[in-house]
Design a protein around this ligand. Sequence first.
Ligand code: GTP
Ligand code: MG
Ligand code: ZN
Length: 356
Amino acid sequence: MNIQHAGLAMLGWAEWFEKRVEQAPDEGNIARVAAVDRDMLLVINQDGIFRAKLAGRYHYEHHLTQELPCVGDWVRVEKQPTDDFGIIHALVERKTVLRRKSAGESIEHQLIAANLDFVLIVQSCHLDFNVNRLERYLVMVSDGGIEPYILLTKTDLITPEILAYQLAEIEAAGITAPVMTLSNVTREGIDTLNKLLQPTKTYCFVGSSGIGKSTIINSLLGRSRLLTGDVSGSGEGRHTTVRRELIILESGALVIDNPGMREFAILGAESGIDNSFSDIILRTSSCRYRNCSHTNEPGCAVFEALRCGYLNQERYNNYRKLKEESEFYQMSYVEKRKKDRDFGKFIKAAKQRSKG
Ligand SMILES: Nc1nc2c(ncn2[C@@H]2O[C@H](COP(=O)(O)OP(=O)(O)OP(=O)(O)O)[C@@H](O)[C@H]2O)c(=O)[nH]1
Ligand SMILES: [Mg+2]
Ligand SMILES: [Zn+2]
């Protein structure tokens, strides 16, 4: 490794990146993006943490969201000791990237974080547990070429029997990613997690809002550094974390906290739609047919509400649009799984043939 880059190893810099920058023109020093705040970035290297902006030319030459630095990225930044902030000239090729589809019809991807070694998919056992959603996160993580871990939190709020049942459900779904359980209240499981996190590796925490992601990281830090929120009685959280941030733990592991994900576009989560359109969902229980699609069936309570003016046409249109979008994502997810399964069968058959 380049001797000047040796100090970056504790931030996750590795031979893989080194090979990719050798040919690049020298445009300042290497640093890692720790946070992005609109057009101001927080970057970190062996000299410490400082603010930096993209060079005008960079903006001019790169337009796609994917080309802009995100948390975890390595960049080339130029900064004189007297400058208020550094100037970012280039992005180092990404080893892995976690991204999701943007909401709406755009096919653009929204970047969550780059150069991750592991993603911790967090769910609370209490009112948040959902195997389908877990599977969708797993697809997103494997799409990014990253290793997943599953982390079930708030075990203090449920009985050991329910927890055992949830673990069995994960296993029954054929999910092979390692599963860990913990409680930030009893601190059961915190030590195991702490030991699992390796120095110089980067871990990203993802999951719904209010399930305890920031609380875990605070527990690992041993002090309250991140803002955590109170959860309403229903168990549904408010968004407390508003930005992604790369943090170095005392153990040397690098962790990225994330705001809770509610956008269902990536996940196609029906429940996300149902939450925001509870007024419509309530009416559907009075539809004549149980499998009413609320588009043209006789005796549809949603249509009746529209006709009588109890329900706003625009709101109904939004509901339909999101519903269709979510069905679309769901479909492509199922197709993807099918493809994986077929491929698995193919490999198995090939192995059998070579044995026989
Ligand atoms: N009972 C119980 N409560 C917990 C546990 N972990 C976190 N909480 C509480 O859950 C609430 C939400 O925790 P946060 O850490 O802010 O959740 P978050 O996932 O970071 O939420 P966002 O930042 O909105 O994505 C806080 O009131 C925590 O005290 C746990 O293991 N058990
Ligand atoms: Mg948080
Ligand atoms: Zn209906």
